[in-house]
Design a protein around this ligand. Structure first.
Ligand SMILES: [Zn+2]
Length: 122
């Protein structure tokens, strides 16, 4: 019996998460952010959501994501949602054609922690 050929291990690239980039929705043409999340292309609305906006998105069945400072979206799990708003990141909903999150109650109006206009704390 010939020696067994070593089995090729799958490359981990298929689970890659890439930085979200500005794009247009291929269906409706709205401005969205797109990137690979665990190897699947996702379209994310660029409007940052408040907790009320996230609740509305979840009721509509839309997943929500956090964008880290690297720009990589991370899907919000139950423990993220229970913890409330992330201290430094923004929450974004998965894009759904025809749904607009640009309402003051749904929008996160916090200034980003890296805001250059903020006075120096020391
Ligand atoms: Zn669309």
């Amino acid at each position: 019996m010939p020696p067994r050929k070593p089995r090729k291990r799958p490359a981990p690239e298929y689970l890659v998460t890439t930085k979200a980039k500005a794009a247009a929705c291929p269906s409706c043409g709205a401005a969205v952010m797109t990137g690979l999340i665990w190897g699947e292309r996702r379209y994310i609305d660029p409007v940052p959501l408040s907790l009320r906006g996230e609740a509305a998105a979840l009721v509509l069945g839309q997943k929500t994501y956090e964008l880290s400072w690297l720009g990589r979206p991370t899907e919000r799990q139950v423990y993220h949602i229970q913890a409330g708003l992330p201290a430094h990141w923004k929450i974004h909903a998965r894009h759904r054609c025809g749904v607009c999150w640009d309402h003051p109650q749904y929008r996160d109006e916090r200034r980003p922690h890296y805001d250059r206009d903020r006075p120096c704390p020391f």
